[in-house]
Design a protein around this ligand. Structure first.
Ligand code: HEM
Length: 226
């Protein structure tokens, strides 16, 4: 049984990097298109991703299944490891605890966020073209705005701190100096990725996304009247 748990842990750790870390950076860049190119830039970025060949399988094997395993098994690890936190020393003690706390917050955020965005597209309530205006409504709701800020900070911390820990546990950053340099690098990545996610959240609040939203509402009400 111990052998099984060793391989599950390794798989959990590896999936956190490939593909999930790649996904979070790609996702941040797609959203950042809203900052750089406004509603049209964001629409183009979403259309580009959805035009990729075999996009369903890319999402299934590149996002949903790894996320499901990493998230559910991660919750199990977090639940199990509560008793052991005392054995870790120094500053990493905090980072170890925060990795688990941020994992649980990210899990809750991602479940709700996927329901609010991707699931609505899947069931036909929203089209890909309407995602910008749907994000506009979400970002202008004070509760969801705060929820997204907390979710983004938790997810990017979990990503950056997880990368630091991955490099240690896979024997890549071995000595104290390598680990110190690595912690500066990942701290920098955390700040940059968080700032870019939050900039896109702020961009979605803008009036240009509101116009798209109003146009869709007008069409919706026309359809309802008809
Ligand atoms: C400013 C912050 C964010 C915004 C504006 C945002 C926006 C979106 C949008 C519009 C979609 C639907 C994409 C589509 O159907 O083509 C989506 C999907 C998704 N988001 Fe986010 N997101 C944000 C942060 C995050 C974070 C921090 C995570 C954590 C990893 C995350 C995880 C996901 C996942 C897993 C999906 C489903 C992906 C798919 O099936 O293609 N998002 N997001």
């Amino acid at each position: 049984m111990k052998g099984n748990s060793y391989y599950s842990r390794r798989l959990h750790s590896l999936l956190g990097v490939i593909p999930l870390s790649l996904f979070i950076v790609e996702h941040m860049l797609t959203n950042f298109a809203a900052v750089e190119g406004g509603p049209q830039g964001f629409k183009d970025a979403v259309a580009f991703l959805n035009g990729l060949p075999l996009v369903f399988f890319l999402e299934l094997f590149g996002i949903w299944l790894p996320l499901l395993f990493h998230g559910v098994y991660g919750l199990y690890i977090a639940y199990q490891s509560n008793i052991n936190t005392g054995q870790f020393q120094y500053g990493r003690n905090w980072a170890f605890a925060l990795q688990r706390i941020s994992g649980v917050i990210t899990f809750i955020f991602v479940v709700w966020h996927v329901y609010q965005t991707r699931f609505q597209v899947a069931v036909g309530n929203v089209t890909h073209e309407q995602l910008g205006s749907s994000m506009h409504d979400i970002a202008n709701n004070p509760f969801f705005f705060a929820f997204y800020v907390v979710g983004v900070v938790a997810a990017t911390f979990h990503f950056a701190n997880g990368m630091w820990a991955f490099l240690v546990s896979w024997g890549i950053t071995v000595g104290p100096r390598a680990q110190r340099v690595s912690s500066y690098i990942w701290m920098g990545v955390f700040v940059i990725v968080t700032a870019m996610f939050l900039a896109s959240l702020a961009a979605f609040r803008g009036d240009e996304f509101k116009e798209a939203s109003a146009a869709i509402d007008a069409v919706r009400s026309l359809v309802n009247i008809g």
